[in-house]
Design a protein around this ligand. Structure first.
Ligand SMILES: Nc1ncnc2c1ncn2[C@@H]1O[C@H](COP(=O)(O)OP(=O)(O)OP(=O)(O)O)[C@@H](O)[C@H]1O
Length: 321
């Protein structure tokens, strides 16, 4: 195939034990079920799916932390769990929920330890470190122990840590979790820059706006199965959800008459009385112009707009199937 990341028929089962009265019963959880896909070098791939879909399990197998129940994976020519030693030189990984840094060490010492672990030559280390410090604005907390950092600072420090050895591939499992707008912006810009320079990035996140900003390709996983691979634009076309008509009522007209309520009901709309906002899905059977005219006759309107469904809605619709 010649893909940079090649995954074929990948499966992972976990065995769990559940108590049933006095007996302990064995149960198999099929976390990843027969997944196959390929990723090209330099791609920025978004790996998304609802809670418990199997995202982290997949990333753990791709980074060699977990051995699959069956199936094959090749990343940059390596089998991650069999050739982990050699493989990690090419690899940077972040698991947003856990830190990979040493809690009591100052940030700068963490980087020195990593330099030694990855045997990074001094000159290369200095160059890479100054690049990371600059882009991720690390200087302000460089001397502080990791445990004193804010979440946003820690995530930036963490991102730098996984890149000390300048790897070609990054696996990022929720790298923007809990970040404020400013920190997040910084991290996303940095990832964009890395990708533009040729790094292959595999990103997992629940933040679909991040995906929309960054990823050309997405994979969607649900109940351990791959249910979509392709571009976001193609996905939106495929799902083709109806557009939304959003109507804001004039202040003082938020409490609706019987007829107005009936109107909303007929069009299967929703009404938020606190905001004075009506939302109606424009189904194919509706003629938008006629619908708009009727709305204008029926309500005292401040403003209205027609919106395409956002990525959130498109993906939610896919998860449902
Ligand atoms: N160590 C484990 N032992 C048993 N079951 C597990 C283990 N790790 C994960 N699972 C189960 O496997 C399934 C997939 O979990 P996984 O963590 O891969 O999902 P996820 O898509 O990353 O979810 P989230 O978005 O919530 O992080 C879930 O049903 C989960 O309960």
């Amino acid at each position: 195939m010649g893909e940079y990341i090649e995954v074929s028929n990948l499966c992972k089962d976990y065995t769990i034990y559940k108590r049933r009265g006095l007996r302990r019963e064995k149960e198999i959880v099929h976390a990843v079920r027969n997944i196959s896909f390929g990723v090209k070098k330099g791609e920025f791939l978004g790996y998304i799916g609802p809670n418990g879909a199997g995202k982290s399990t997949t990333i753990k197998m791709l980074t060699g932390i977990l051995t699959p129940t069956s199936g094959e994976v090749r990343v940059a020519g390596f089998c991650p769990w069999k050739e982990r030693r050699k493989y990690v030189k090419n690899l940077g990984a972040i698991f947003g929920q856990k830190t990979q840094m040493w809690w009591d060490l100052p940030v700068k010492d963490t980087y020195k330890v990593l330099k030694a672990i990855y045997k990074v030559p001094e000159a290369k280390f200095r160059k890479q470190l100054s690049f990371l410090i600059d882009r991720l604005e690390i200087m302000e907390f460089y001397e502080q122990p990791v445990r004193q950092l804010s979440l946003g600072q820690r995530m930036r420090a963490e991102l730098a840590a996984c890149m000390i050895h300048d790897p070609d591939i990054l696996f990022l499992d929720e790298p923007t979790i809990g970040l404020d707008v400013v920190s997040k912006h910084r991290v996303l810009n940095f990832l964009k820059e890395l990708n533009a320079e040729g790094k292959t990035i595999f990103l997992t996140t629940h933040d679909l706006n991040d995906i929309e900003t960054l990823c050309r390709e997405i994979l969607i996983i649900n109940h351990g199965r791959l249910i979509y691979k392709g571009s976001l634009t193609a996905l939106k076309k495929m799902v083709a959800l109806p557009r939304l008509l959003k109507i804001r009522l004039k202040e003082g007209h938020y409490s609706l008459s019987q007829t107005q309520r009936k109107f909303i009901e007929i069009y299967n709309g929703n009404y938020n009385e606190k905001e004075g906002e009506i939302v109606i899905r424009i189904e194919n059977s509706h003629k938008p112009a006629i619908l708009a005219r009727k709305v204008l006759q029926e309500f005292e309107i401040e403003d209205f707009k027609i919106q395409d469904p956002g990525i959130e809605e498109v993906v939610r619709d896919i998860y449902r199937n």
